[in-house]
Design a protein around this ligand. Structure first.
Ligand SMILES: [Zn+2]
Length: 185
């Protein structure tokens, strides 16, 4: 088992997205960083060439459902069907619930097939009027071995992500962290 002592796990939700995902891949590449992308099935269907780049560059993929239902407002059967529809296009044993909103029954049902991955640091990149400086200060303070950071490779988060990600990669490097894809166990 590789030591996770000095590892940070970067995760990107809601892609692949032509406006930003390839920029992320390129940025990670500059630092030899690997990450995990929780994709939406509908976006994989629309942008299969970008999706293929993720795996060919050594990043890991996870299922983020087909089209982003809110678990708290979606009946069990419909929610599981949406996850199954996503899994047709995203072969992975990792699952992240949209909005982090998932019911105990939904967890119970999905746990048979998936490792459900939440996060420890929320970047807030999807927020309008985000204070970049304050966010970076807070994120750097919270970063510790094993941290799971969530970003979004979506149109909504793109402008903030372009300012946050390079700084987080530089900071991590300076602190001696490795950026790796989520492990299996
Ligand atoms: Zn999402």
């Amino acid at each position: 088992v590789p030591s996770s002592n000095a590892t940070i796990y970067l995760t990107f939700d809601d892609g692949p997205t032509p406006e930003i995902t390839e920029w992320v891949i390129n940025e990670l590449g500059k630092h030899g960083a690997k990450a995990t992308f929780f994709c939406l099935g509908k976006n994989v269907v629309t942008y299969p060439h970008i999706f293929q780049k993720l795996t060919s560059q050594g990043h890991r993929i996870g299922n983020h459902t087909y089209d982003h239902p809110n678990g708290w407002r979606t009946p069990l059967k419909k929610y599981i069907q949406n996850a199954a529809e996503g899994s047709k296009y995203i072969q992975s044993n990792l699952f992240r619930p949209p909005y982090g909103k998932i019911t105990p029954q939904q967890i119970y049902s999905l746990k048979k097939k998936y490792r459900i991955v939440m996060w420890s640091i929320l970047s807030g990149d999807y927020l309008q009027n985000l204070s970049i400086d304050a966010t970076l200060r807070e994120m750097k303070k919270e970063m510790k071995p094993g941290s799971i950071i969530v970003f979004h490779d979506s149109v909504k988060g793109a402008a903030n992500l372009k300012r946050l990600l390079p700084e987080i990669l530089l900071h991590g490097e300076k602190m001696g962290y490795r950026f790796e894809a989520m492990p299996n166990a």
